[in-house]
Design a protein around this ligand. Structure first.
Ligand code: SDX
Length: 373
């Protein structure tokens, strides 16, 4: 076994460059989406502009953006029979499982399901981007035992997502906070769920199959599921004076502190302070939620001082979405509503210059032996 194989075999491909991409660069010093830096995007772009950048490949002109937004609005509706199934399964399912099934059902009504052409893949990506919030909203309304909220064509993508989940049109601050969170979550090169999508696309399977695989990968608490787990953990801590005993017990029992650490970032996740700043803005309108940021800051100080481990984007996400009143189990589905743009961009890139993804393994099982020996 070569040193590289030993490394790959033992640590989840840590440090292994498994391919190249023009879509994103995750670096210690910067995070770039097709060359645009994440602070620049969070300050000056909208999620719909970033979605166009990732899916179509360039920053949209004013006219291109107008057409893109109008097209997404026209694609938001989902067939009634799919909504009926979503409403039936949602009350007894985790929203990520409902969403996984919902995307699978959408494949049965997509005319281009069997085509991986650039044109058909882009059309499918737009349909998925537009329809996923509708599925998330229908599922949440079923959980709440309330009637479906139809998409509002007057609302931008992030505001419409919140509206379909809650039935209330969000304030400008809530809508912009959701907008920024979707920008931050949109793309992150070869993370576990995106690499899953590329591996599935690499067999020349279709976009919907790859996205269903991506949802399965993102659900895990070591990956996208961490935003829910981080908020659940803060609720378990419950109060500022319980942080120290909680952390002492966590360290003693080797419990992972959810929302902290990252396979690539070793000096901090560029996205985390951006999202935390927006979450704190929300507490100006909802001061009763500031306590969660105080608890979070105390946890973060201990993790930094004693473990030298930084928070990732999922940590401030939990507190921010909680302050917005979003049910915790919807945090990772909202991550999907954003990352669908990165996933589909990578699926298209893989299909456009494909080679089957098939790494080696190191056999450490029994030596050859006879069955009838
Ligand atoms: C996302 O890859 C991406 O880009 C993902 C993502 C994206 O946008 O797609 O950024 C989104 O998934 C962010 C990560 C969300 N996950 C979590 O917050 C879950 C908690 N984090 C950990 O499980 C962990 O940090 C990982 C999984 C994120 C990274 O793990 P690694 O690279 O495999 O590191 P490791 O588990 O080997 O940890 C190295 C050391 C260990 O200590 P020792 O056993 O060597 O003594 O650091 C410790 C770990 O115990 N450690 C932690 C910790 N993270 C690492 N200890 C306590 N709490 C943590 N969160």
């Amino acid at each position: 076994m070569t040193p590289a194989q030993a490394t790959a075999a033992s640590s989840g491909l840590e440090g292994i460059e498994a391919g190249s991409t023009t879509i994103c660069n995750v670096g210690q010093g910067q995070l770039l989406y097709r060359g645009y830096e994440i602070h620049d995007l969070a300050d000056n772009a909208t999620f719909e502009q970033v979605a166009h950048l990732l899916l179509v490949g360039h920053k949209p002109s004013a006219d291109e953006l107008k057409r893109f937004k109008s097209e997404l609005v026209s694609l938001r509706s989902v067939p009634d029979w799919i909504i009926d199934i979503v409403r039936r399964i949602a009350p007894n399912s985790h929203p990520m499982d409902t969403l996984r099934t919902g995307v699978s059902l959408l494949s049965h009504v997509d005319a281009h399901i069997a085509s991986n052409s650039p044109e058909h893949n882009l059309a499918k990506a737009k349909r998925l981007l537009a329809a996923i919030p509708t599925i998330i909203g229908a599922g949440q309304r079923a959980i709440d035992g309330k009637p479906i909220v139809a998409p509002d064509p007057a609302l931008d993508h992030p505001a419409n997502l919140l509206y379909m989940m809650t039935g209330n049109r969000p304030s400008e601050l809530f809508a912009r906070t959701m907008d920024v969170s979707l920008i931050l979550y949109a793309e992150h090169e070869f993370n576990a769920s995106t690499f899953t999508c590329r591996t599935i696309a690499g067999t020349l399977s279709d976009m919907h199959s790859a996205v269903v695989g991506g949802i399965g990968a993102l659900k895990g608490p070591l990956h996208g599921g961490a935003n829910e787990a981080a908020m659940d953990m803060l609720k378990e801590v419950g109060a500022l004076d319980n942080v120290r005993p909680f952390m002492d017990n966590a360290f003693a029992t080797k419990r992972k502190i959810m929302g902290f650490g990252h396979r690539v970032y070793k000096n901090g996740d560029h996205r985390a302070p951006i999202l935390r700043s927006w979450g704190l803005k929300l507490t100006k309108e909802r001061p009763e939620f500031k306590k969660w940021f105080d608890i979070g800051d105390a946890v973060q100080k201990i993790m930094l001082d004693e473990k030298h481990i930084h928070p990732n984007v999922d940590f401030p996400c939990g507190m921010t979405y909680f302050t917005m009143g979003i049910p915790v189990p919807q945090y990772t589905p909202i991550f999907v509503a954003s990352r669908i743009t990165g996933w589909c961009a990578h699926i298209m890139e893989q299909h456009e210059n494909n080679r089957l993804i098939r790494p080696l393994s190191t056999y450490v099982g029994p030596e050859r032996r006879e069955w009838n020996g």
